[in-house]
Design a protein around this ligand. Structure first.
Ligand code: PAF
Length: 277
């Protein structure tokens, strides 16, 4: 695996990777969820590039940029084991040199779900991902379904800016007890982790009710809120039943409707979701 840190090196190496190239953009602190993206990318494409960049633009000043886990050596080990051809790991100054002022807004979608609680977050995500798409020119890009709102923003961006690539959503990977894998899980104490299971448990309850034919968002909300309010350790940010592309609420869930949840346990903000059966 070639490891590079500069755009100049990237411009030099990109043509050697051939026409079909997968991109797996990450912020590092890789876990089995990332491994599944890498694995799928390797299976589907002739060459695979990954990026590690903790993007300052998608963190608000009050958020966890400084304490975001950085595990570069272990990350390289996983990328190598998964057959990645190229790792691009730029510095913030390389991506955002002094005088850089362009920010990409995916209007409306960027203000929904996590975008409502984290103003500016999705503009930061869209900007960095657009830059990576321009720099790396992938034919396929792989993202986790766990970040469902991010996926909606990026799909809209790919459509609106005519990026010539296929955006592929890969299923959420979970621990055996149901907790969705996230780089932020490592912030949880054992005690907090057990409370965090309420997110996936609530989604499982909704899924079971959907299977039973309960489709009304109002009914599903009422039941989910009953479960959630039983544990005051879990501070709900949002529970949303929405169209997966626009993130606009729907009155009743149809197959493919996105049911998404975000909550804080201690100081750790977690998200999870399911697509209605
Ligand atoms: O999902 C992530 O890890 C990040 O938001 C991404 C897509 C790598 C952009 O920084």
């Amino acid at each position: 695996m070639q490891i590079i840190h500069t755009i100049a090196e990237l411009r030099h190496i990109r043509p050697t990777l051939g026409p079909e190239l997968a991109l797996v953009p990450t912020m590092g602190a890789l876990h089995e969820g990332h491994r599944s993206l890498l694995h799928r990318a390797r299976k589907e494409c002739a060459a695979v590039a990954a990026t590690i960049f903790v993007n300052p633009l998608q963190f608000a000043p009050t958020e966890d940029l400084a304490r975001y886990p950085r595990t570069f050596e272990a990350d390289c080990y996983m990328l190598e084991a998964e057959g990645v051809d190229l790792l691009f790991a730029p510095t913030p100054a390389e991506m955002y040199p002094a005088g850089n002022t362009t920010i990409l807004h995916v209007r409306e979608v960027e203000d929904r779900l996590d975008g409502a609680s984290r103003p500016g977050h999705f503009a930061g995500v869209a900007t960095v991902v657009a830059k990576l798409f321009n720099l790396i020119a992938p034919t396929h890009a792989f993202f986790g379904q766990k970040d469902a709102a991010q996926l909606a923003v990026l799909r809209q961006m790919v459509r609106d800016l005519n990026f010539n690539l296929e955006l592929i959503a890969c299923p959420t990977i979970r621990d055996p007890d149901g907790l969705a894998l996230s780089s932020r899980n490592r912030y949880l104490t054992l005690e907090e982790r057990s409370h965090a299971l309420l997110l996936s448990r609530t989604l499982r309850h909704i899924e079971a009710r959907l299977d039973e034919g309960v489709r009304s968002s109002g009914v599903l909300f009422a039941e989910a809120h009953e479960l959630l309010k039983a544990d005051p350790t879990v501070t709900l940010d949002y529970l949303a039943i929405v169209d997966p592309d626009t993130l606009v609420p729907v009155a009743s869930a149809t197959p493919g409707t996105l049911i998404a949840i975000a909550a804080s346990v201690g100081t750790t903000r977690l998200i999870d979701n399911l697509l209605a059966p």
